[in-house]
Structures are given as C-alpha cells and as structure tokens.
Design a protein around this ligand. Structure first.
Ligand SMILES: [Zn+2]
Length: 278
C-alpha cells in the first residue's frame, strides 16, 4: 500500500452564478464558483492530475457561440493566467512531465487543458468516451462537450472491479495497483462520470468528486441541483443515487475531505492561490 504526499487544488477561473442554480436549498445570491482541477503528488508517478479545467482555447469558446446563452445564468470569470498550463507553471510544474491524468468526465470545463499535456495518458471510462462521441457538433456543445479538446488524446479506459470496494461504493478501480488512488463510479451527471479517492501519507483521504455534486450542500443537506446542474445532466435518478452515496461516504469518513469541482467554499480559498491538502 502506498500513499500520496499531497493534493494541490487550483482554479482556472470560474463562474458567478446564483447559488440556487447549483443547489436549490441555498439562498438566492450571486456567488463565485470555481472551475477547479487538482494535482496529486504520487511517490512513483509524480504529478497526477484530476481534470484539467479551462485552457486558452476553451476560454474563447466560453465567450462565443452557444455558451453565450449560458451568460444569462452564469457570468464567466476568466483571465489568461487562469489557464491550466500557467497554473501548473506558477508552482514550477512543467506540463510536459505529467504522465497520468484522471478525467472525471468530458465536459469542456474539465477538458480544456488536455491539449497542453503532450505526454499524458488520460484515464476515463469507456461509457464517458463513447457517450461524448455520440453527440456531434452543436448537439455536443449544448450538452457541454467540446470534442476538439480530446480528439487526439491518448486514452486508457478504467475498469471498475467488484473486489475494489470503498463503502458505500460497490466497485472501484485501484489506478496504480498500490492503493494510493481509487477511482469510483459516480455516474448521473454524465453517463460515465467517475471520482477519485486519494490516500495521503498523513492518514487523511481526499475524495475528488468532480461534478458528482456541484457544491458541498448537494450532499450535506442533501439538496438537488438547480438550473445549471439539471440542464447539463445525463440522468436525474442516477445523479441523485450518486449524491446519496457521496453523503453516506462523507458521514462515515469524517476525517476525509470531499471536494466538488465547483464548490463555493473551495472557490473562496482558491482566490488566494493554490490550496494544498496534506
Ligand atoms: Zn460537468
């Protein structure tokens, strides 16, 4: 069994949206929600990324085309220095040295930096890959998929096994076979969404949830997502089942951090700079 030294969270800009659009139980208030990604320090495999946030090209996409429709409910906050590549370089991580990237799913705010990682293998589910490729052109864009980001990517499909269990999840994938990072199926937001549980040397665990919940209140209250989540979602019932599993995990692992990509509390901390969890 191995453990990782730390997880560093970054944001690649964000959106200012009414919190109620991400969680219906929250008060109606315009709030900053980050588009975050994480870098896991693995003792053998080095910098392992969880998602890639926005890149320079995806930011241009956000301010044009069908995403301008989104501007009615969410205002994009983005500056050039927010892009994933420059965020990594700000802490002296060279993107070309990254060999492994876990993709929670293929929405554009998670795939934007993929083309800036020339030597990476991208670990995702086959269902997610095939699901995104079924939607062509404008249909894909309206569902949040920007195929140009991952057309040339070197992908490896994750296989969940019943023998790898983290309660209440009935299956999982031990990414490197050393117990350090366990991938968990969290479908619902998209057809093949996954999350990653990272074991740290300190004994703490971090569950990088991706968009299995948009903000922490989705599973702490629990309360469903509003317009933003429901509009992009693949399956409402599956998504809710996944939220209840996150809730069960969170309640039974008080020593663990559960980090949704767009959580407002994480966003407040990230405004000061990258956030390290040891
Ligand atoms: Zn998403």
């Amino acid at each position: 069994m191995r453990a990782c030294e730390k997880v560093v969270l970054f944001h690649t800009g964000g959106v200012v949206a009414n919190s109620r659009h991400l969680c219906v139980a929250l008060p109606s208030k315009r709030t900053f929600h980050p588009l975050s990604f994480a870098c896991i320090e693995h003792p053998v495999h080095g910098h392992v990324l969880f998602d890639t946030g926005l890149g320079s090209r995806s930011a241009a996409l956000v301010s044009s085309g069908p995403f301008r429709l989104l501007a009615r409910i969410a205002r994009a906050v983005y500056a050039d220095h927010h892009q994933m590549r420059l965020q990594l370089e700000s802490v002296e991580i060279e993107p070309a040295t990254v060999e492994h990237v876990i993709l929670s799913h293929l929405h554009f705010d998670h795939t934007g930096g993929m083309r800036d990682l020339p030597n990476a293998t991208f670990h995702l589910t086959r269902a997610e890959w095939e699901g995104a490729h079924k939607l062509h052109g404008i249909k894909g864009l309206l569902k949040g998929f920007y195929l140009e980001d991952f057309r040339a990517a070197n992908v490896r499909f994750v296989e969940f096994e019943d023998s790898v269990k983290v309660w209440p999840f009935q299956s999982g994938c031990d990414l490197f076979g050393d117990g350090s990072i366990i991938l968990l199926p969290t479908r619902g937001h998209t057809v093949g969404h996954q999350s990653a549980l990272v074991r740290l040397e300190s004994g703490r665990q971090v569950l990088l949830a991706g968009d299995a919940a948009l903000v922490r209140q989705n599973y702490t209250i629990p309360s469903d997502e509003g317009l933003v989540g429901r509009g992009l979602r693949w399956n409402h019932e599956e998504a809710w089942r996944t939220v209840l599993k996150l809730r069960a995990f969170w309640k039974s692992h008080p020593e663990s951090d559960v980090i949704p990509t767009h959580d407002a509390r994480v966003g407040r901390l990230l405004k000061r700079g990258p956030l390290t969890i040891r």
